[in-house]
Design a protein around this ligand. Structure first.
Ligand code: SF4
Length: 392
């Protein structure tokens, strides 16, 4: 049963130097409800939603990501939510999240989003260091972050998250510590802390080489990861996923759907969906996306086979602090595969990167998880070993 939907809103003022997402650069002008680019995109998006076959349950989570969804005028956000409501229904306790960037909304616009049903906001700040913000090509400055937070707090939005990045060029452990401490003073319900990934097509990818100055070396990025874990967990945040921390009751329900490898709809250019064991990624440019809609939004069947399903279940599930349920792995993929997986992980268990927990009553092995922070930190190495396994 599919009860989650991701909606891609592609507009950004300009492209940040580390970003390779599918976006449409709109410059400094404010988008209004009469902007042709907005009307066109939202009309196509709603057409896609209406053309999607319904499941018989209302949606539990909706996530507006981008891009910069907070460039969207309230009228168009309302149009999308109304279309979703008509097509699928929205549960009365659904989580409706939107990514917002400083300098792209005021209090009135944010209130408009809340009036449409939004109940969770995720503010992309990246760092509290003025020079680093500029170096990343971000359009906002530190004062804009504080203005955005004032707007969020004036509207008493409790369920708000801040996004931070580590591993930026010229970023030191001190920068990282200062940003984390400033974030804690703001007291968000949730924090996402991602390590920079150098994508070859980005300005950063062309300019820098991994591990070489001015990028921090591997030892420093590992120290940043451990520092983040230590500061946030001692300040009341649960490290519930490799890169995500939440106060009790504030985990992102939508993102949990991905990590638990459950189905979800995706709408808009470049959006991925996973419905009825089929994955599909939409075209990455607006023109191609519009053509795809005009041709009937046909999804090429890309069935996920059992082998991929097992690896995906492990890769995604091990991102979560609670890890994966071994009885489910055994039931779905066979006892033989389970013992191959456990044998392969023995060496990591010996160095305390992997934990295999037993059910105290039955003495059966029942959960597999990575340790925090060391197992999480070296998860790529652990997953590489799993991917090399020859499973039945
Ligand atoms: S605002 Fe976000 S989506 Fe847009 S270019 Fe910057 S990082 Fe990419």
């Amino acid at each position: 049963m599919t009860t989650a939907a991701y909606i891609h809103i592609p507009f950004c003022r300009r492209r940040c130097y580390y970003c390779d997402f599918a976006i449409s650069v709109v410059g400094d002008r404010d988008l209004t409800e009469d902007s042709i680019i907005v009307k066109d995109y939202i009309d196509h998006l709603c057409q896609e939603i209406r053309a999607t076959s319904q499941s018989n349950k209302p949606l539990q989570t909706i996530f507006f990501g981008g891009g910069t969804p907070s460039l969207l005028p309230v009228k168009q956000l309302e149009q999308v939510i109304n279309t979703i409501e008509k097509q699928f229904g929205i549960a009365s306790d659904a989580e409706i999240s939107i990514e917002i960037d400083p300098n792209t909304f005021d209090q009135e616009k944010l209130q408009g989003y809340l009036d449409c049903g939004v109940n969770r906001v995720s503010l992309g700040i990246q760092t509290f260091d003025e020079k680093l913000l500029e170096l990343c090509g971000r359009t906002h400055r530190v004062k804009d972050i504080f203005q955005a937070i004032e707007n969020i707090k004036k509207l008493s939005i409790e369920n708000f998250s801040l996004d931070l990045i580590t591993g930026l060029p010229h970023q030191t452990l001190d920068h990282c510590q200062t940003s984390l401490e400033t974030a804690i003073d703001i007291n968000p319900a949730h924090l996402s802390c991602y390590d920079l990934v150098l994508e070859p097509v980005t300005a950063f990818g062309k300019q820098y080489q991994p591990g070489k100055t001015p990028l921090p070396d591997d030892e420093t990025t590992a120290a940043m990861y451990r520092l983040t874990q230590q500061i946030l967990t001692t300040n009341g945040y649960n490290h519930y996923e490799i890169s995500n921390y939440a106060k009790p009751g504030y985990q992102c329900q939508h993102n949990r759907v991905y990590w638990e490898n459950k189905p979800y709809y995706g709408f808009g250019m470049s959006a991925a969906s996973y419905v009825a064991n089929q994955r599909y990624t939409r075209p990455r440019t607006r023109r191609e996306y519009y053509n795809w809609i005009k041709e009937g939004a046909v999804i090429d069947i890309l069935k996920v086979d059992q082998w991929d399903l097992l690896l995906e279940t492990l890769m995604l599930g091990l991102r979560l602090a609670e890890g994966v349920d071994l009885s489910i792995i055994s039931q779905k993929f066979g006892k033989n595969n389970l013992s191959k997986i456990l044998n392969c992980l023995q060496e990591y268990q010996n160095i305390n990167w992997v934990l295999i927990e037993k059910n105290l009553k039955s003495n059966q092995k029942y959960r597999l998880r990575l340790t925090d922070p060391e197992g999480f930190l070296f998860s790529n190495q652990i997953l590489t070993s799993l991917f090399e396994l020859e499973l039945d």
